[in-house]
Design a protein around this ligand. Structure first.
Ligand SMILES: Cc1cc2nc3c(=O)[nH]c(=O)nc-3n(C[C@H](O)[C@H](O)[C@H](O)COP(=O)(O)OP(=O)(O)OC[C@H]3O[C@@H](n4cnc5c(N)ncnc54)[C@H](O)[C@@H]3O)c2cc1C
Length: 407
């Protein structure tokens, strides 16, 4: 069926934002979604507080992104933290800024925000078609969907793909589109895990006693000598390795190192507020008859999982020498042996390559078809950077469609 309406496929933040821009301009929009309800990953992101954006200068904000090119900085420049905040307020959801600059809706949850957003889109005439899985193009260039009632085809005026990345498939973003795109000769870079956990060959003791333990008050770094990155955030020990917080922040560099070398070293500073000289002095002053664990506890307040990490990753004999112990405490090498499976990653790098898209995010190989969100090959840490970029590219793709329709 030929229509003058625009199809948006995918009801995550990227697709809904494209629908918003289009409907605001008076264009009829149909949103197609494979799942029985909209925005499932967005809702999951809000489960423990929807970190939707992050304060900071435009430059600092952009520095968080990897693998971008083209007009990506312009998209983020036109819909960055200030615009996200104003947009939420316009939906009746004031923003709350956390102590480290993370921006959340005041309610913290995603569900009231998503409800208000869907209501506004419905009021503007956006039709949401659930349980509609896009299965490819028809020979005439239309869109084919599988639905519970059978196959459906439509021939919209333009299409925005906002199909998400390739992780957490149970929420709908199964990356199945990548094969359909590749078959249409659209360049797609392989999915890679991002904001993901890593595996470590823990000793049995570490696994049994400390799986699930948070590691707080530490500095983490990777490859600083070659211009790497460091962060002061907590992370968690898991039965398989490490995850969350600072590990996610450094995950792109750690993943790249594993891909290149088979393993990566995550350097831990267990006492970032004390220099090595002071650590050595305190250990030297501790009574030699005390056990090593007691000296670490009494002189340095190092206990529990931090001491366990020290024993796990340092030469145990060397720890009896205060200077060498101080060295290990300040730069403890934790060897990561791999990433957790792709489906468990918070987000995925890879996807439609930038050279496949024009400046309005239209596929060069498929005029009239646009892309937005995590399905494009950019990468970013959690902290609100992901959702902000999804919304910003959703706006850009919606703007690209408007430009095409008015040409
Ligand atoms: C546990 C968790 C926590 C997170 N926390 C944060 C956070 O705090 N801050 C942050 O910025 N980001 C966070 N993220 C990441 C963020 O949720 C995603 O980056 C974002 O949702 C991607 O938006 P999108 O619109 O590109 O794709 P998605 O939200 O993945 O939406 C894509 C939609 O397309 C649909 N779809 C896929 N294929 C088809 C098809 N063939 N036909 C029809 N529909 C299809 C899917 O069902 C899905 O609804 C988190 C993710 C997870 C999993």
């Amino acid at each position: 069926m030929k229509t003058d309406r625009v199809a948006v496929i995918g009801s995550g933040p990227a697709g809904l934002m494209a629908a918003e821009v289009l409907s605001e301009a008076g264009v009829g929009v149909d949103v197609y979604e494979a799942m029985p309800s909209a925005g499932r990953k967005f809702l999951m992101a809000g489960k423990s507080g929807l970190n939707i954006s992050h304060t900071g200068s435009e430059h600092d904000f952009l520095m968080r992104y990897h693998d971008y090119s083209g007009l990506f900085p312009d998209y983020i420049g036109s819909f960055g933290p200030d615009q996200v905040t104003a947009w939420m307020e316009d939906l009746g959801m004031p923003a709350h800024v956390g102590p480290t600059g993370r921006i959340f809706p005041e309610s913290m949850k995603a569900s009231p925000l998503l409800r208000a957003w869907l209501r506004r889109l419905a009021d503007r005439g956006v039709d949401l078609h659930l349980k509609h899985r896009w299965t490819g193009w028809t020979p005439e260039g239309g869109l084919a969907f599988a639905t519970p009632e059978g196959a459906v085809t439509v021939q919209p005026a333009a299409t925005v793909f906002a199909l998400g990345g390739g992780s957490w498939r149970r929420l709908g973003s199964d990356g199945g589109w990548a094969e359909l795109f590749a078959a249409a000769e659209i360049p797609v870079a392989p999915f890679r895990p991002s904001n993901c956990g890593f595996t470590v060959d823990w000793s049995e003791r570490m696994r049994d006693q400390f799986a699930g333990a948070p590691v707080k008050g530490v500095r983490l770094s990777v490859n600083l000598a070659a211009g790497g990155q460091e962060t002061r955030e907590e992370f968690a020990v898991t039965a398989r390795g490490v995850e969350s917080g600072g590990v996610y922040t450094l995950s792109a560099l750690l993943r790249d190192a594993i891909e290149a070398n088979g393993t990566a070293t995550l350097w831990l500073d267990l006492l970032p507020d004390m220099d090595a000289g002071e650590i050595a002095r305190r250990l030297t002053a501790a009574p030699a008859k005390q056990s090593l664990s007691n000296r670490l506890r009494k002189a340095l307040n190092l206990t529990g999982v931090k001491t366990a990490l020290l024993y796990e990753c340092a030469d145990r004999e060397a720890l009896n020498d205060p200077a060498r112990a101080a060295e290990a405490i300040k730069a403890l090498p934790l060897v990561l042996t791999g990433t957790v499976p792709l489906d468990e990653a918070i987000s995925t790098a890879g996807g439609v390559t930038w050279d496949a898209l024009d400046e309005g995010l239209m596929l060069k190989a498929k005029p009239g078809h646009f892309c937005a969100g995590e399905m494009i090959a950019w990468d970013a840490p959690t902290g609100g950077y992901l959702i902000t970029a999804c919304m910003a590219t959703g706006r850009a793709a919606g703007g690209g469609v408007l430009k095409l329709l008015t040409c």
